[in-house]
Design a protein around this ligand. Sequence first.
Ligand code: NDP
Length: 485
Amino acid sequence: MQGELAAQTEWDYAPAPESREIVTIPSEYGLFIDGEFAPAADGRQFPTLNPATEEPLAQVADAGDADVDRAVAAARTAYERVWGPMPGAERAKYLYRIARLLQERSREFAVLESLDNGKPIKESRDVDIPLAAAHFFYHAGWADKLEHAGFGPSPRPIGVAGQVIPWNFPLLMAAWKLAPALAAGNTCVLKPAETTPLTALLLAEICQQAGLPPGVLNVTTGAGATGAALVAHPGVDKIAFTGSTEVGKEIQRAVAGTGKRLTLELGGKAANIVFDDAPVEGAVEGIVNGIYFNQGHVCCAGSRLLVQESVADAVLGRLRDRLGTLRLGDPLDKNTDIGAINSRQQLDKIRELSDAGEAEGAERWSPPCRLPDRGYWFPPTVFTGVSQSHRIAREEIFGPVLSVLTFRTPDEAVAKANNTPYGLSAGVWTEKGSRILWMAQRLRAGVVWANTYNRFDPASPFGGYRESGFGREGGRHGLAAYLNA
Ligand code: NDP
């Protein structure tokens, strides 16, 4: 079902499918509570689909209030009796074990992630899974050094962490949340997204394999109501959330006045800014990586291209050529660059906003591209003639859709880049180091990449300002969110 984006190239690729057989998907998955898998108390389940084919992969337990209650109680007991009092050097051993098991079983994780999420296997294999393992390795290294991390002589864990994560990087977001929390001595109740629960459950299996004491990690799968029950639970000391700004605001309201600690990593509408002295080939790769990586389902995606007017035609011409070489289709094919959109609901949202772009007068372009008959697909799309008032310049589309604006001076670039309620990330492409520093000082974004884009490292803090949320994940800053100094 490989699409025909490659039709413009002179030769074609033979299919290079990764084997689906490497992973065993049971027909039913239970909740992971107190070290064991069990059905929901009321027996409810929901299906999880392969978005590339719309076929059901498995039935997954749908956690209700009673299950969340049991998970929080298990986490509390494990915190008080085992994990909280355990020396950091001992906790580190478990985290190292989990990291190594993730590496050992990485192919299995990559295939399962691509099946459940729709992302290309080369992304899950080369980005998501290695980075998830890296987060466990990195935080294992901190577990016995917290007294020397600049948080005072004896920083203490907070207690039970309730963690709600989205569907765009299912395993990686679980690792971002769990690794620092566990390293700092907290216990966790994790709520994965409804459409992508499977790798979090495989991670739970790995924790069993690593001998992690029961109750230290609990996974309560379900929909938004399960997340809301976890957020509202009085036995939770800290909430960490990644997802939409809308739900983030709801959570902030729910947590207000309870004394619970909170970190929110929300949406974005990042500017990727290309100056006239930037090497065009490199900048075009950065634009493609910025918005078409992971089908644009990336909170820090470079969804607004700001290109200096004098080079706009050259950059856009080269960008169109490059998009013509991208291959859309079977996520398990190692040649695939663009996989499936994660859900029908997300596809509808991308379509609605793209239609609004056209209706408001922007010009829409996609390379020639036949979409597979089944599944959820959207071609890589570029909008030119976009003005700052257009919805596609203001709202998070969370899909493979780029809005192009132009600028003449650095001041104008800064003003346009900052003209958004978000503040998560930005990119700057220029040959001049001094200009990079000048821009970085003025861009109101938590992360500014220079001559690169979408680079992540467990040692590097990530997070936003304003409607992109608050708190940092990764690095020493990320640990602070899980410690009482
Ligand atoms: P949500 O913010 O709804 O989902 C994120 C997580 O929160 C999921 O686990 C979700 O469960 C859960 N959740 C939903 N409602 C509540 C609630 N009231 N209390 C606690 N937890 C809740 O994102 P969507 O999946 O609905 O995506 C909508 C839009 O959000 C996207 O189009 C995109 O623009 C943006 N988004 C941004 C992300 C980011 O990283 N910045 C990530 C994901 C989405 P469930 O999956 O079952 O709904």
